[in-house]
Design a protein around this ligand. Structure first.
Ligand code: BDR
Ligand code: CA
Length: 312
């Protein structure tokens, strides 16, 4: 089983992702770290505790990460999408609370990386602040990360926070630039271009709800979460779960290697990811970007349902 660390800002789709990570037979969930993002840090931390408790994974150490971006403070959160409690207004349905955090995120991650004895997979499904801080302060640990899977960015369909920016990158563009452009960890980025295609409908959610208490709680977030995403039709994206699926089952998503740039200006393009499609530049760093072309979208939906259902 591959050791896995998840850095997350729960968040409704983060809850789906954690449920997947906690149960996937291919991975050994070694740590969860909470970062600010969809809601503030105390709330993402409490939500991570709720989820680990509900999933029966109180054994997984929880670390407390960054409470704000590296450089420029942002106050905008995503309560309009995830509800004030971050869990679709039904946080109390997730529980009981798992154990208190064991320490700071960077210490928890460092300990896993130093002791794993094999490459660790990291999934970053919130702002990239914790990952950037880790790589900046402990560059020697970068080689112990076998693969980093990031939910973030949008390379061709526009953003969900601004015209060009996706929420996780927009929340801390300087951190995202460090991780996606400057560092060299083998990285797969799962952008909106794919997660806005792998959406789920009410029939899918009804099957999930029927599978047992975890599925029921996840599906119960729908009224608030579905309202906030404003995709127009009666479908919702579960971005972070799609990324987690790729983390636990590599190769599930089709990817293309692209050189990326992140706009860190303070203008209207702040937080936008630019993907260079002119072909590989020798020596340039590429990131594997997940794309709909070549991805079995129905297969991904089925796999998510099979893995998330309580007794499927
Ligand atoms: C990302 O932003 C958050 O709102 C979600 O949890 C996901 O990680 C999608 O843009
Ligand atoms: Ca998230």
């Amino acid at each position: 089983m591959t050791p896995l660390i998840v850095d997350t800002d729960p968040g409704v789709d983060d809850a789906y992702a954690l449920a997947l990570a906690a149960r996937a037979p291919e991975v050994d969930l070694r740590a969860v770290t909470a970062v600010f993002g969809n809601v503030d840090l105390p709330t993402t931390t409490t939500n991570a505790r709720r989820l680990l408790g509900m999933l029966g994974r109180g054994d997984v150490p929880l670390g407390v990460g960054a409470e704000r971006p590296l450089i420029h403070p942002t106050t905008q959160r995503a309560a309009d999408v995830h509800g004030d409690d971050g869990l679709g207004g039904v946080a109390e349905r997730f529980g009981p609370l798992g154990p208190e955090p064991v320490g700071r995120a960077l210490d928890v991650i460092t300990s896993v990386l130093e002791t794993a004895g094999e490459p660790v997979v990291m999934a970053a499904i919130g702002p990239l602040t914790d990952v950037a801080l880790l790589l900046a302060t402990r560059p020697d640990l970068a080689e112990r990360i076998g693969r980093l899977v990031v939910m973030g960015g949008s390379i061709g369909i526009g953003g969900n926070v601004s015209a060009g920016a996706e929420f996780n990158v927009w929340s801390d563009p300087e951190a995202a630039r460090r991780v996606l452009v400057e560092e060299r960890v083998p990285t797969t980025m799962v952008p909106l271009d794919l997660t806005h295609v792998v959406t789920v409908d009410r029939a899918w959610l009804a099957q999930l709800a029927a599978s047992g208490p975890v599925g029921e709680a996840l599906a119960a977030t729908r009224d608030v979460y579905g309202r906030g995403e404003r995709l127009g039709v009666d479908r919702v994206p579960i971005h972070d779960a799609v990324a987690l699926l790729e983390a636990v089952a590599p190769g599930t998503l089709a990817t293309v290697p692209l050189e990326l740039e992140v706009d860190t200006s303070l203008g209207p393009a702040r937080g936008t990811v630019l993907a260079d499609r002119r072909g590989r530049v020798p020596g340039g760093r590429t990131v594997d970007v997940a794309v709909p072309d070549g991805t079995d979208v129905d297969g991904v939906r089925d796999a998510l349902l099979a893995r998330l259902g309580d007794h499927m």
